[in-house]
Ligand binder design. Sequence first.
Ligand code: SAM
Ligand code: SF4
Length: 434
Amino acid sequence: MTFFIKTFGCQMNVNDSEKIRHLLEAAGLIPSAGEESADVIIVNSCAVRAKAQEKIFSYIGQFPRAKRVIVAGCVAQVEKRDIFKKKVRVDYVVGTHQFYRIAEIVDELNNGGSPGSAVAFNRQWQELVPAAQARSSQVTGYISIMEGCDNFCSYCIVPFTRGREKHRPLAAILREAEYLAGRGYREIILLGQNVNHWHDARSGSSFPDLLGQLAARVPVRWIRFITSYPGYHDRELVRVMAENRSIARHVHFPAQSGSTRILRKMSRNYSRGIYLGIIRAFRAAMPGMKFSSDFIVGFPGESDRDFQLTLSLLEQVEYESVFSFIYSPRPRTRAAALAQELPAAAIKERLYALQETQAGIQLRNNRRLLGETIEVLIVEKHPKKAGEVIGRSESYRVVNFVSTTPIGEFAHVKVTAAGPHSLRGEEIRPQPHD
Ligand code: SAM
Ligand code: SF4
């Protein structure tokens, strides 16, 4: 029996799909190259914006009704059995805390079982480490360290899709990191909705302690983590990062808005001033520190002045990259009750203005690197250009260059061209000794 997993959404979903694949392979199922040849399709879904959710149903709609389809993840958790009322055929609905049952559910369906759902939340951390062959990359290893969120930002559906926060025990995280380093992984990315709120109840370790221990014990070149919530910032993090060079000098630090007034309406518990203070503290300790962020435009009540404050925050921080989204009202969130006074066209204009401002910043940042030699991790072959590879810099910039160095190795690249979204370069090879 064969299966295909289609993943929508964030890196947490990618990591969940790795876990699902691991469980199905362990049960003897075979991954197929595409949807057509698969007996069962698992759709790992994203509900964060309405558009993401719609995409899932149009994806399922393309399959013949004879195909078995399981909707897993965030949409499954929110919609539950209401999914069966949609026009598309779905065989099973599996929520975010029920992935561990996936093999048993596929088996049940295979033996003629009827449609059903598994959507209960579970307070316990479920330990599951995907084998290397079930992972999406053999270079970058994802490690989930916490799940869920207790913040209830007024626009966000995540506390309803992922449940309350639960934290993975320290020993299990260290074990997975050591396992990945032992398999030759070059970087690890710690995952969670608010990684900087992680703590280990038994040892009392905080997130900076965890990073310190990983840096001391796990021989990978770059340790990264996403996502950090500015409201949980602990100044110990700055100290631990400054002391450990294997923690990448790049933090994804979503601001959402540059206006304190809007941040309050979003129930984010920091102000523009506090946010900028944290950025300054990082840069005082590590002058080369880089940041990326998420922004929402068109939140109800966002005035032109509020939006200008967002643009000025972009300029002040000079982010390496930014994900920007049009506000999408989501069920069960408090903001869904707020009236939207801005016309859709005006919100779109703000989105384009934000993206244009950010593209200008990225071009400026990237041009500063012209002529410099930077270290990059080669992550894949270029899909279209023979002989070329794609590398990632420490701050996650895309760097294209010609190379025969194997995937997963580091290279030194002299930057020869800079665009807003990527760099081009020439590999500098070490000279052989005379
Ligand atoms: N926990 C992270 C944080 O607080 O920064 C964010 C996780 S969320 C899954 C990813 C991003 O989606 C958010 O940073 C936000 O910019 C965006 N997002 C969440 N809810 C949204 C909504 N209702 N409309 C538009 N964008 C939204
Ligand atoms: Fe959503 Fe806010 Fe939690 Fe992030 S911190 S997942 S935006 S509720």
